[in-house]
Design a protein around this ligand. Structure first.
Ligand SMILES: Nc1ncnc2c1ncn2[C@@H]1O[C@H](COP(=O)(O)OP(=O)(O)OP(=O)(O)O)[C@@H](O)[C@H]1O
Ligand SMILES: [Mg+2]
Length: 237
């Protein structure tokens, strides 16, 4: 498989706290991966380690075949990895238009497949109605759409979404899921963290469950659904 991200033997610490304890994690081209686990198990820390926001003390991260261990986040982003962190990372004092246009970066593929300003607005009609609004005047769901739209404007190879539907009204969350499916259909790989395992496993090719900084399950959605005891034990559902 054409590997976009290959992480091996990751150990990550915050000061003396040993959080990731030997994680292997791969993302192949076109794959949609669900990353699950209860609160505090290390999901966000794994994403931050892949992005170079928190360097691992041991192990390696390769992106598109290049060793990026210990490299800064902007270099990881330049290799086509877009990251939408927990909470909303928009620029509140910039307008919707400005938030989107500042992120624009041409795609590597054929031009027709590129995410452009126009295509993002077609995908998020709610944003179209609020172009001149400042980021902080948007609802939580609109802010989330703006962060995802901005990530798409960089024409990434991999989109990483950390709890994109957290705290959103069900209808808005459904819209975010629709967009995840669109992104999947467009061939962009994604890594999605979400508490809604039922919806998540509907759109993922593979799923990884973390417990205390270790991988305790890796497999397809069908394999996971066939083992309800695991869901109960590891996710508490
Ligand atoms: N900046 C930090 N400094 C110190 N400890 C941290 C820091 N960020 C996270 N931790 C700790 O690391 C552990 C893993 O946190 P992480 O945020 O990766 O978990 P998570 O699986 O994303 O949880 P959640 O589902 O609540 O988002 C937790 O025990 C958390 O308290
Ligand atoms: Mg988290």
């Amino acid at each position: 498989m054409d590997a976009l991200i290959v992480a091996r033997g990751l150990h990550t610490y915050y000061g003396p706290s040993h959080i990731l304890r030997g994680i292997d994690f791969n993302v192949g081209r076109g794959e949609t991966i669900g990353l699950m686990g209860r609160n505090g198990m290390g999901k966000s820390t794994l994403l931050k380690t892949l992005m170079g926001l928190v360097p691992p003390r041991e192990g390696s991260v390769a992106i598109q075949g290049r060793d990026m261990t210990g490299r800064p986040p902007y270099e990881v982003a330049q290799l086509g990895i877009a990251y939408v962190p927990e909470g909303r990372g928009i620029f509140g004092n910039l307008s919707v238009v400005e938030n989107l246009k500042m992120a624009a970066r041409p795609g590597r593929g054929p031009r027709a497949d590129s995410w452009t300003y126009e295509r993002v607005l077609e995908t998020f009609p709610r944003l179209k109605e609020r172009l001149g609004h400042g980021g902080q005047q948007l609802s939580g769901g609109e802010q989330q759409m703006l962060t995802i739209g901005r990530a798409l404007m960089t024409n990434p190879e991999v989109l990483i979404l950390d709890e994109a539907t957290e705290g959103l009204a069900p209808l808005i969350a459904r819209d975010i899921w629709r967009i995840c499916e669109l992104i999947r259909a467009s061939g962009i790989s994604s890594v999605i963290v979400d508490k809604n395992w039922k919806h998540l496993t509907r759109i993922t090719d593979r799923n990884v469950i973390l417990v205390k900084g270790q991988v305790v399950f890796a497999g397809t959605s069908d394999e996971l659904r066939a083992q309800p005891a695991l869901l109960e034990q590891y996710l508490g559902v």
